[in-house]
Design a protein around this ligand. Structure first.
Ligand SMILES: Nc1ncnc2c1ncn2[C@@H]1O[C@H](COP(=O)(O)OP(=O)(O)OP(=O)(O)O)[C@@H](O)[C@H]1O
Ligand SMILES: O=C(O)c1ccc[n+]([C@@H]2O[C@H](COP(=O)([O-])O)[C@@H](O)[C@H]2O)c1
Length: 200
């Protein structure tokens, strides 16, 4: 585990899982392991966000969320990072551009849960993101139908890979995306906060 700028060798395929992680939970761990396997990734970097631009309430402090993330995500091929703070970026489109400049020989894949695909069209320059990197979507309980019918899914319907071709995703020039199903973990940070198990 490292903080700051993680390392990746030339030619490696790195999945980026951005999130508030407020708090991190077993659902995040589950989709990270699933993404490593299903998309054939070399590494996954967790981008612990300074703050989701679409969320009104400020999250817990970044050091606390990073520390909790490091504790729960213990895997030799996963790095927990606060890279967006270092890059000075907040919007995902900017983050991806900055990472592609900083790591020109690394192939990035953006990762997200199905709930985020459903609202992806509200993100800054979302079509630019879809044209910049392949996108791997991981199933989330109760979200598949909404995600599959979402404006982003419809706009990029022609760029969708069958789930059976998920391992080809990182090697497919963007726009390219797929949604993988399988076992799911029904957990959310909201539910954990509501249960009083994480104070901001
Ligand atoms: N249980 C889960 N299954 C699939 N994807 C998940 C799950 N939990 C989180 N994700 C995905 O992980 C990424 C980061 O999620 P985030 O940190 O916002 O957690 P969250 O549980 O969705 O939080 P909140 O309830 O505060 O919105 C997002 O792409 C989200 O879709
Ligand atoms: O760039 C945007 O406009 C944008 C809007 C909403 C969410 N995101 C990113 O999506 C990721 C998941 O956010 P969250 O808060 O749902 O965990 C995280 O990396 C955010 O920075 C990005």
């Amino acid at each position: 585990m490292r903080i700051g700028y993680p390392r990746a060798a030339d030619g490696q395929i790195v999945g980026l899982l951005g999130g508030s992680f407020d708090p991190p939970h077993a659902g995040h761990v589950h989709i990270t392991r699933q993404a490593l396997k299903r998309f054939g990734l070399d590494r996954v970097w967790w981008l612990v966000s300074p703050g989701n631009p679409l969320k009104a309430d400020a999250p817990a402090s970044l050091p606390r969320r990073v520390a909790a993330s490091q504790q729960i995500m213990d895997h030799p091929r996963v790095d927990v990072t606060d890279i967006e703070t270092r890059l000075g970026t907040r919007y995902t489109a900017e983050t991806i551009k900055a990472l592609q400049v900083r790591y020109p020989r690394v192939q990035f894949v953006w990762l997200m849960g199905a709930d985020n695909l459903a609202s992806f069209h509200k993100w800054d320059d979302w079509q630019g993101i879809a044209r910049a990197v392949p996108i791997g979507v991981l199933a989330r309980p109760g979200e598949q139908v909404r995600a599959g019918k979402s404006p982003a899914a419809r706009m990029f319907a022609g760029a969708r890979l069958e789930e059976g071709a998920a391992s080809a995703l990182p090697h497919t020039p963007p726009p390219a995306w797929t949604m993988v199903t399988g076992p799911m973990v029904d957990l959310s940070s909201t539910a954990i906060r509501r249960a009083g198990l994480w104070e901001r």
